[in-house]
Design a binder for this molecule. Structure first.
Ligand code: SF4
Length: 343
């Protein structure tokens, strides 16, 4: 049987009630929200795709708006909220109050972070409230971290300590949170691959993932080929899960079914059909939570209009996990390849 892990795309089947609604042309309440509390960041990664957006819009979602959203999520029955960039979510001044609120209200969170602003006094809250925390590290040394993530002062050791404290506390309380490290690979850091994996093993995190930064000649084909060979070797002997998305090509797929299972809200309050369309194309904007409450925007006439007018051609640019969910939906619910009623 396929392994039961958080990485198994068959988990979409658990949301069959919402899938049946989607297949009837209805927009169900979202399972998950991807929320950018701020687009400000205390790092300056040279490959960051939000740099332009950040230079034009320096914004925090203010306390009142964050909690208005949180209450709307609860009313809609949202199950999890991912705190992500735009910027670095953990530098938002109200982030720990928000995390505590989600925990108290039984909404799971997950965090994508550069790992520098984890408050020691809040580690217990993070560990108990989260399904995962993923640290964008991109280096195995202070020198490379300063070159790639470009913090204002040395932060690498502090981040490593934060990861270690999270893992030790997670193990101590037996929490179900995964801890991962993500490395964007390019010419400035591919030489540290072995050290990155050794560090992840030493920290006893659950997984390490690699992606290639291919644009603007940041990574030559040669360095990615070398990185790929090393990673494949390391995979054979490592104790932790290692993955990479090198050479993955975006696939052409039919019109997206599953994007309403995840809502996306930017730091400036914009709500788009999906995270890939965020900041990219006004045609896919559903509204802005400063102009209309989220709970009214979700499933609104405009939401249906945007959902029904999607051009699948737009999605061919992206390696998007929702395409894998859509494949499962088509195979299981449309074509009944599992004979789901013959249990
Ligand atoms: S990029 Fe396309 S396939 Fe992916 S979630 Fe958005 S609409 Fe769906």
């Amino acid at each position: 049987m396929t392994a039961i892990t958080p990485f198994n795309k068959l988990k979409i089947i658990a949301h069959s009630n919402k899938i049946f609604q989607l297949l009837e042309g209805k927009i169900p309440a979202p399972v998950r929200i991807v929320l950018e509390p701020t687009n400000l960041c205390n790092h300056n990664c040279f490959f960051c795709s939000y740099t332009n957006f950040r230079s034009e819009n320096k914004v925090f979602l203010p306390n009142e708006k964050l909690f208005e959203l949180a209450k709307d999520f609860k009313k809609l029955g949202v199950k999890s909220v991912s705190l992500v960039g735009g910027g670095e979510p953990m530098i938002h001044p109200d982030i720990y109050d928000l995390i505590r609120w989600f925990y108290k209200n039984k909404i799971f969170i997950s965090i994508t972070t550069n790992g520098s602003s984890i408050r020691e006094a809040e580690i217990d809250t993070i560990v108990r409230a989260s399904t995962y925390i993923r640290v964008s590290l991109n280096a195995a040394s202070t020198e490379t971290h300063n070159l790639v993530n470009a913090p204002k002062n040395d932060q690498f050791e502090r981040i490593i300590n934060n990861i270690e404290k999270l893992r030790i506390h997670r193990d101590k309380v037996g929490a179900n949170m995964l801890i991962g490290i993500r490395n964007a690979i390019h010419d400035k850091n591919f030489h540290e691959i072995e050290h990155m994996v050794a560090l992840a093993e030493k920290l006893k995190v659950d997984y390490i993932m690699f992606a290639a930064v291919l644009w603007e000649f940041a990574a030559s084909r040669e360095s990615i080929d070398i990185a790929h060979r090393k990673i494949e070797e390391l995979k054979k002997k490592s104790r932790i899960k290692i993955s990479h998305s090198f050479y993955k090509e975006p696939k052409r797929t039919p019109k997206c079914i599953s994007n309403p299972l995840i809502g996306t809200i930017s730091a400036n309050g914009d709500m788009y059909l999906c995270g890939f369309m965020d900041h990219a194309d006004g045609a896919y904007k559903i509204g802005n939570v400063y102009e209309e409450r989220f709970i009214n925007l979700w499933g609104s006439k405009k939401h249906y209009e945007v959902y029904n007018s999607q051009d699948p051609e737009y999605c061919t640019k992206y390696i998007c996990k929702m395409k894998e969910y859509d494949n499962v939906i088509r195979d299981v619910f449309v074509d009944d390849k599992m004979h789901i009623y013959s249990i």
